[in-house]
Design a protein around this ligand. Structure first.
Ligand SMILES: [Zn+2]
Length: 96
């Protein structure tokens, strides 16, 4: 009987879905900028986000990062590496 080890859960700053931490990308603020914490080892307060473009956009629009980091990010922009995380699973509109 394998023990059911609980995984750490986090809330996506975009869609607010609670999901396994491993399914989310950690972001931290350094020098007033959002950066990716790909190793999840950077110090400080982090925000978690699904690697999806819509979750990133929602988080920006709702100023979710200001809340997560308890500071006012004048320009909360997604980090440079963000787009490379998003799988361009573009469903080609090939209907009919
Ligand atoms: Zn999300």
């Amino acid at each position: 009987m394998p023990a059911d080890i609980p995984k750490p859960l986090r809330t996506c700053a975009g869609c607010r879905e609670v999901t396994a931490q491993t399914d989310l990308v950690r972001l931290v603020v350094m020098d007033g900028k959002l950066i990716l914490d790909s190793d999840r080892r950077l110090p400080g307060r982090g925000a978690y986000l699904h690697p999806r473009s819509e979750c990133g956009q929602i988080a920006i629009q709702r100023r979710a990062f200001n809340r997560s980091f308890r500071r006012n990010l004048a320009e909360a922009e997604l980090p440079a590496g963000w787009n490379s995380l998003i799988n361009p699973s573009s469903p080609t509109p090939n209907g009919a």
